[in-house]
Each structure stands twice: as structure tokens, then as C-alpha cells.
Design a protein around this ligand. Structure first.
Ligand SMILES: [Zn+2]
Length: 422
């Protein structure tokens, strides 16, 4: 490390850029660790009287222990991946991998594909033990885990194959565009990625989700007729409403909305139906309908396209600098090394974008809660939120900064206050 800081002082461009990359990795790590530390500090704060009764003494202790344990685990994971990244940068491991691949292939597209494939495979393998520990040690200890080892490995394998097939095809097309158009490739690459995202946004729940879960139409009965009554009152045509076997992996309850136009889909977890009353489930569904009526999914999708446009434009511009590759220790420019360096350089901006996206998402959640309260009822909305939070041992006193950086949903107290105001 000292070597690079000395080089920085002398002003060699390669070492300067490398120093910057390492500093960014370290900075991102420090920010994450700091937020975790703050969040642990407020976990024992006294609760507002509106939510204090939700946990008894024993449950509160359990919720605090769960928060601590997840934080410690996240810290170990972040520390190990940061150490690996710094070693890889400092010792030029990425450039070495690039050399090894180049010894075997001459076609640039094949070189990039293999490089990214090998890196993807390595990080997938390194991540597996962490995932295993998270699910079978922590989640299991607090009674949430329902995943069997078989389901876990089948999931991991399927996920890898889907990512390799879809990601591989998309990547090959992007690499081909780069080969043909060089730095001007970014507009067509962005258009391609946009078309792909739009397709996944519309048909993802139809094509990909069933590979991992069973989706079944809601059976006839009291719940279905209540839901139909509510949807009719809102002029919402519900042709794609499914119950998903979330209980195959976890006891935690959830629901979500996805898609666009005729492909719009609402998915309720079977665990949600099991734990909530009919009225509470309709309130949750009304919240999801709110996301559609208020055009949340659509506007967030469009905003993500604007962000990816900016990212691709920056990438197109920075790819004209071979220093991005040589900073990682290579002797010549290569697409994949430059992209790797680019994404590290991009980290501060992506942290900032994360803050904006999360804040907007929390704003939308408030709007959907308000929509459900106004078009349905406040009491079941409130009790559904309480049940979902406490049932998953949620931390009821997170640090505000931690919320700003990490929460896509407002805290339970904020949501209850909002429902009361609506
Ligand atoms: Zn929502």
C-alpha cells in the first residue's frame, strides 16, 4: 500500500489511478461499516409508545440479537470481499487472469467472455459458503429458514445457469457492438440493454419466476371474493393474481407487484395468506394496486433507464482512456479490464444514486399505504404492517442514516404515522 501512496506523491499516472481505485474500495467499506455501527448503536433505543407494545421483552431481545447477528455477518462478508479486492488490485490479479485467457484465445469477444465468465464463477463460488451460513445458521437459528440443502443447491445452480445464459447472450451482443463501433458503441448497447430490461420487466414473473417457485391462482373462497370486490371498486382488472410458495424457503411473509399493462401481476406469498386475516390481506393487495395506480413501477423503471443511459455514456467516454486497463496492471487496453476499473470508479456515484433511489422508493411506499388506507381501510393496513414487521423480527429502532442508505421501505413507525394521517 505504502508503495502506491509514494508513487501517488511522485505522480506516476498508473499508480495514481490504482491508488484512487483502492481508496474508493476502502472508502465504500468504511461507509458500510460506519452505518452498521450506527445502526447497532440505536437497536436498544426505547420505542415510541405506538409500537412499544408490539414486542414483549423476550421478543425485543430476540429482535436485537437478530439485528446484531446479521450485522456481524455482513461485516465479515464485507471485510473478506474488500480484502480480496484490494489484494487483487494491488497484485495485478485481474491483469494476470487477462494474460492467461489471452494465451488461449485471440478473438477479443472470446477473451472478454471467458474473463468475465471465470470472474463470475469465482465470485459465485466464494459467495456460496456465506449464503449457506446466512440461511442455515442465522435464518435457521431465528426460526425463519424452511430451505432444504437440496433446494439451496438447486436454486444456486439454476440461478447460475440463468445468469450465464441470459447474461452471456447479452454480453456477447454488447461485446460485438464494441468491436464494431468502438467507443461509439454505448448508445446502441444502451438501447439493447433497455430492450432486454423492458422485456424482463414485462415478462420476468411469467418466464423466470416459475423456474424457482410455484405460482398458483388464488382458490375460490372468501378471500378471493373480497379481493374481487375491492378490485372492482377501483376499476383494476385482476387477471394475473397468484399465490407463491414462499414457504418453500422462508417463513417470512411478502407480496409484490410487477409488470406493465396486460402483463401486470400481483403475487402474494402463501406465508402472507397464512398469517394475515382476510381484511389485512386485502389491505396489502390494495397497497400493491396503489403501486400500479400511482405508476410507481413504471416511473421507477423509466428513471432506471435514465440512470443506465448516463452510466453507458460515461463508460463510452472513459473507455477511450487505456489507463483504465493499465492501472490494473495490463500492458494493453481490454474492454473487460476497463469496465471493471470503471465500475470501481463509479462506486461513489452509485452510492449517491442508491440514496436517491431508496428515498424515492420510500416515498412511493408511503403513497401506496395512503392509497390503500383511503380506498380500503386504515385498521387492517396498520395491523398488516405491524404483523409483517414483528413476524420477521424487524429492528424497530434503526438509525436514520442507515435507513437513508439501505431501506427501500420506511420504518414501521413512519408507516403507522403515515396511515394515521391518511
Ligand atoms: Zn410497496
Amino acid at each position: 500500500m505504502l508503495k502506491y501512496y509514494l508513487a501517488f506523491a511522485i505522480g506516476y499516472p498508473r499508480e495514481m489511478l490504482l491508488t484512487l481505485l483502492v481508496s474508493i474500495v476502502v472508502l465504500a467499506y468504511i461507509i458500510e461499516a460506519l452505518l452498521d455501527h450506527l445502526n447497532q448503536g440505536t437497536a436498544r433505543n426505547p420505542l415510541d409508545k405506538k409500537i412499544a407494545h408490539l414486542y414483549d421483552q423476550n421478543e425485543r431481545e430476540k429482535s436485537i440479537a437478530y439485528t446484531y447477528e446479521k450485522t456481524r455477518f455482513g461485516f465479515v462478508l464485507a471485510t473478506s470481499s474488500t480484502v480480496v479486492m484490494i489484494l487483487a488490485l494491488a497484485y495485478g490479479w485481474f491483469a494476470k487472469l487477462d494474460e492467461i485467457v489471452r494465451d488461449r484465445f485471440t478473438n477479443e469477444i472470446q477473451v472478454s467472455l471467458l474473463f468475465i465468465g471465470v470472474l463470475g464463477l469465482i465470485s459465485w463460488l466464494l459467495n456460496l459458503p456465506f449464503q449457506l451460513y446466512g440461511i442455515f445458521k442465522i435464518e435457521a437459528k431465528y426460526g425463519f429458514n424452511k430451505t432444504t440443502l437440496k433446494t439451496f443447491f438447486v436454486d444456486a445452480l439454476k440461478g447460475f445457469i440463468v445468469a450465464a445464459l441470459l447474461g452471456g447472450a447479452l454480453l456477447t451482443a454488447i461485446l460485438w457492438l464494441y468491436q464494431e463501433l468502438q467507443n461509439g458503441f454505448w448508445i446502441s448497447a444502451w438501447l439493447l440493454v433497455t430492450a432486454f430490461s423492458l422485456f424482463m420487466f414485462m415478462f420476468g414473473t411469467k418466464l423466470i419466476l416459475p423456474l424457482f417457485n410455484k405460482l398458483q391462482p388464488l382458490p375460490e373462497g372468501e378471500l378471493k371474493s373480497e379481493i374481487q370486490k375491492y378490485c372492482a371498486s377501483q376499476g383494476y382488472s385482476i387477471n394475473r393474481l397468484f399465490v407463491m410458495d414462499g414457504s418453500k424457503r422462508s417463513t417470512k411473509a411478502n407480496a409484490f407487484f410487477s409488470g406493465l399493462g396486460r402483463s401486470k401481476t400481483i403475487v402474494l406469498f402463501d406465508t402472507l395468506i397464512e398469517k394475515l386475516s382476510t381484511k389485512e390481506i386485502v389491505a396489502v393487495l390494495a397497497h400493491e394496486v396503489g403501486h400500479y395506480k400511482k405508476k410507481h413501477t413504471l416511473s421507477m423503471f423509466v428513471f432506471s433507464l435514465v440512470q443506465s443511459f448516463g452510466t453507458f455514456a460515461l463508460l463510452g467516454w472513459l473507455l477511450s482512456y487505456p489507463e483504465l486497463s493499465t492501472a490494473l496492471g495490463a500492458t494493453q487496453q481490454s474492454f473487460h479490464l476497463s469496465v471493471l476499473a470503471f465500475f470501481i470508479l463509479f462506486t461513489p456515484l452509485s452510492i449517491l444514486l442508491g440514496l436517491i433511489n431508496n428515498s424515492w422508493s420510500r416515498h412511493n411506499e408511503f403513497e401506496s399505504d395512503t392509497f390503500a388506507t383511503q380506498t380500503y381501510e386504515a385498521a387492517p393496513m396498520r395491523s398488516a404492517l405491524e404483523k409483517i414487521s414483528t413476524d420477521s423480527l424487524a429492528n424497530l429502532s434503526p438509525h436514520p442514516l442507515y435507513v437513508a442508505f439501505n431501506y427501500t421501505h420506511p420504518t414501521l413507525l413512519q408507516r403507522i404515522n403515515n396511515v394515521e394521517r391518511s
